[in-house]
Structure formats: structure tokens, C-alpha cells
Write a protein that binds this ligand. Structure first.
Ligand code: HEC
Length: 153
């Protein structure tokens, strides 16, 4: 249900990006944003939750692990205007980008279930799958994203 709503949200943002004309004036505006994009703050919170989840697993603190996993499974997202901007840049890569996020959320949901069942092996496996989702997106998109939105070499 959450995934569907999420998919619709992206669908809407995508439609808006198309309507606004990706590659038009907006997309061609200065690469350096006036304010940092919200995605960075989202990522920093995900990093904190991921590190805390790893520590909680090590300590077998199941309640803390379940809380952190739940936050990762339902992590914050940038506001719609920023999503439109990002999707207008991603264009046909948008589904691949989104799939990495879907993998992170699915693994985080499994992690939460494993924590509730106090299943350390299942939790370790879910944590690893989640990390692969993080790494997959970073490897494919992060450098390009920074170049596009922060003008870094
Ligand atoms: C769908 C793509 C995607 C997924 C999935 C993803 N990231 Fe990111 N991440 C990005 C992009 C793009 C950036 C660059 C954003 C920026 O620096 O403004 C980034 C940047 C970061 C940063 C650097 C932030 C900074 O202050 O420079 C951290 C830390 C991070 N991600 C953690 C994570 C963690 C942890 C996960 C998984 C739980 C994750 N990310 C999953 C796309 C993704």
C-alpha cells in the first residue's frame, strides 16, 4: 500500500516534469542551488538510522533495531518540487533510481520484521541487502547527481 502510494507520487512528479518540459529553462538553470537540496538531509538521516541499526543489531537491542528499521522503511522524501527537478534530470533512468530505493525500503521492512522476531541471522541478511541498495544507487547516480546539482567535478 505504501509502495503503491509512493509509486503514484513519483508518477505524478514525473508527469509534472514532463509537462514543465525537462531540459527546458528550469533544468538549464544554474547548477549551484541557492539552498542545499533536501535530499542531502534525507540521506544524512538514513545514514544515522543505518549506523544505529547496525549498532543495535550488534547489541541485540531488538526494540531499537525495529525502530531504526521502521524509519528506514518509511524514510523522508524531498518535497514534490525537488522530486520534479530530480526526475526531470533522471528522465529514462528514473525507474532504475527508484528501484534502488524500493530495494532499500523492502530490505528495511524485512529488517524490522527480523528485529520483531529477534532473528539475528535474518536481520544481518536484511541489513546487507539494504546496504546493497544504498551502494547501488550511489555507484550509479551519486557522482552524476553532484555534478548536476552542485557542479562538483
Ligand atoms: C535512489 C538512490 C539512493 C539510495 C537508494 C540511497 N541514496 Fe544516499 N545518496 C543518493 C544521492 C543522489 C546522494 C547525493 C546527495 C547529496 O550529496 O546531496 C546520496 C548521498 C548520501 C550520503 C552523503 C550525504 C552528505 O552529507 O554528503 C549519505 C551518507 C547517504 N547517501 C546514505 C545513504 C544510505 C545509508 C542509504 C541506504 C540506507 C542511501 N543513502 C540510499 C542517492 C541514494
Amino acid at each position: 500500500m505504501h509502495g503503491l502510494a509512493h509509486g503514484r507520487m513519483f508518477g505524478l512528479a514525473m508527469a509534472m516534469a514532463m509537462a514543465l518540459g525537462a531540459g527546458g529553462a528550469w533544468a538549464a538553470s544554474a547548477a549551484q542551488p541557492a539552498e542545499p537540496m533536501a535530499l542531502r538531509g534525507v540521506m544524512q538521516q538514513m545514514e544515522r538510522d543505518k549506523l544505529a541499526a547496525g549498532a543495535a543489531l550488534g547489541q541485540q537491542d531488538w526494540a531499537e533495531l525495529a525502530t531504526r528499521a521502521g524509519r528506514l522503511a518509511h524514510h523522508a522524501e524531498p518535497p514534490l518540487t525537488e522530486k520534479v527537478r530530480i526526475l526531470g534530470w533522471l528522465l529514462t533512468d528514473a525507474p532504475t533510481f527508484r528501484n534502488h530505493d524500493v530495494q532499500v525500503k523492502a530490505a528495511a521492512t524485512d529488517l524490522q520484521a527480523a528485529a520483531q522476531q529477534k532473528d539475528a541471522a535474518a536481520a544481518a541478511s536484511a541489513l546487507q541487502r539494504m546496504q546493497q541498495g544504498c551502494d547501488g544507487c550511489h555507484n550509479s547516480f551519486r557522482d552524476k547527481y553532484l555534478k548536476r546539482f552542485y557542479d562538483t567535478p
